[in-house]
Every structure is written in structure tokens, then in C-alpha cells.
Design a protein around this ligand. Structure first.
Ligand code: ADP
Ligand code: MG
Length: 240
């Protein structure tokens, strides 16, 4: 579903991605981890065309992301993205947040969009909050709304960039539980996270990045089980 081949990316004169290659098959869950500044967010942003890259090729469902001819807004509408800081529209209700792109981008009727929103809010356990504004919800609840909003677009894949790292510890699990369910239902997922419990539970593969490079790309059991690169070992010893 996602093919990343030999990506180089510079910000100005600083190279932040070096020959990065990996892939996410349909229904696969790939966890991306690594130190701060290693290029995880940049890589995931390249996948849905939020950041351009200079060399290499990324395809999503066969569509080349870096090609000038590719309609990026159309592609992005099919890829769900969940950020660290939720990025909900603060002046809109929870339901309106989930309906906006359904109506504007997919052309669904208000009734259709609201029915979809109601179903997804039930699924993430937030039905009673449908008419509230994001500011009236906890961080964990807001992040579950953000996930529901992404799912409302019937995405072919979901990208997560440290979805729990801005949350108070007691709220992390309620978000991870939703993500675990999604993974178990067969969603194609690329997840930047340091939650190794999540990785152990549902990841198929773990990618470890350092200084713009993919240093490890291994089946989960191999990643956690066998000796690995010094850099990955050092990193894991600090977070586990
Ligand atoms: P991570 O998500 O692993 O913490 P990032 O992808 O955010 O890493 O950053 C990788 C590198 O690119 C870092 O050195 C960071 O300072 C740099 N960087 C990130 N965004 C920008 C930007 N918009 N302009 C210039 N440099 C950036
Ligand atoms: Mg990041």
C-alpha cells in the first residue's frame, strides 16, 4: 500500500532523510521509532505529500506521491493523518469537526456525514460529547475525535505521528486502545510512536531511524528479540 524507495530530503542545505526505504503492505502495521530529530515526522509527511523530497519515490496504492501530475489533495483525502496535537477546529463542535471534510471533499450530504460521525463517535466511546467543542474535552478525548475524523474519510491507510506524546499518562491508554482495535480490524497503519507496548501488541514490523537513516527495519519479534544495532539498543534501553 505504501512504498518508500531511496528517499533523500534536505531542508535547505541540511539533509534530514538519507536513502530511506521501507514499505507498508495492505493490512500491515509498521511502527516507526527513533530519537528526536531523526526524521520520523518528515518521513511520514513525505508519504502524504505534506513535505516534498528531492530524490527517490513514494507510492501510495500505486499513486506516485512526488510526481508533478499527482493530485495531492485527492490522495491526501484517502490517507488518514493523526498528529501529536490533535489539530481539531476549536470553534466547531465535535460532530462538525468530523463532518467538514466528508461534506467538502467527499461531497456527502449533511445527513450522511452526521450519521457517519455518530457511528464513529460511538466506536471511540464519545457519543455523549458530540455537541461539545474540543476545548471542553480532555486531551485523550480530543485525540479520539481526531482519529474518528480521519476514519470518517474511509481512508486506505492511517498515518500517526506520536499520537499519545502530548497526553497525560492516564489518557494514553484510551487512545492506544482505539488504535489497537483499528490494527486488529486490518487497517493499514504507519505509526510513529515510542509506545513499545503498542508495538509489541500489534506491530508487524518496527522501523528504527537515527540521523535521517533507517537503521533497522525488522519483523517485530526480530526487533525485540535478537541483537540489533548499537544505536537501536541504546535507544531502547533509554525508553523501555
Ligand atoms: P523527528 O520527528 O524524528 O523528531 P523531524 O522529522 O521532525 O524528526 O526532524 C528531522 C530533522 O529535520 C531535524 O533535524 C529537524 O530539526 C529538521 N526539521 C524538521 N522540520 C524542519 C523544517 N520545517 N525546516 C527545517 N528543518 C526542519
Ligand atoms: Mg516528530
Amino acid at each position: 500500500m505504501i512504498e518508500i524507495r531511496d528517499i533523500d530530503k534536505w531542508y535547505g542545505t541540511t539533509q534530514v532523510l538519507r536513502a530511506c526505504s521501507t514499505s507498508v503492505a495492505k493490512g500491515e502495521v509498521v511502527v516507526v521509532c527513533g530519537p528526536s530529530g531523526s526524521g520520523k515526522s518528515t518521513l511520514i509527511k513525505c508519504v502524504n505529500g505534506l513535505e516534498p523530497f528531492q530524490n527517490g519515490e513514494i507510492t501510495v496504492d500505486g499513486v506516485p506521491v512526488g510526481d508533478r501530475g499527482t493530485n495531492l489533495s485527492k490522495l491526501r483525502a484517502r490517507i488518514g493523518m493523526v498528529f501529536q496535537n490533535f489539530e481539531l477546529y476549536p470553534h466547531m463542535t465535535v460532530t462538525a469537526n468530523i463532518c467538514l471534510a466528508q461534506e467538502k471533499v467527499l461531497g456527502r450530504s449533511k445527513a450522511e456525514a452526521e450519521a457517519k460521525a455518530a457511528g464513529l463517535l460511538a466506536r471511540v466511546g464519545l457519543s455523549e460529547h458530540a455537541r461539545k467543542h474540543p476545548g471542553q474535552l480532555s486531551g485523550g478525548q480530543q485525540q479520539r475525535v481526531a482519529i474518528a475524523r480521519a476514519l470518517a474519510m474511509d481512508p486506505i491507510a492511517m498515518l500517526f505521528d506520536e499520537p499519545t506524546s502530548a497526553l497525560d499518562p492516564e489518557m494514553i491508554n484510551e487512545v492506544l486502545e482505539v488504535m489497537v482495535e483499528l490494527a486488529q480490524e486490518g487497517m493499514t497503519m504507519m505509526v510513529v510512536t515510542h509506545e513499545m507496548g503498542f508495538a509489541r501488541k500489534v506491530a508487524d514490523r518496527v522501523v528504527f531511524m537515527d540521523k535521517g537513516e533507517i537503521v533497522e527495519d525488522a519483523e517485530k519479534d526480530a526487533f525485540f528479540g535478537t541483537p540489533r544495532s548499537d544505536r537501536a539498543q541504546q535507544f531502547l534501553s533509554k525508553i523501555l
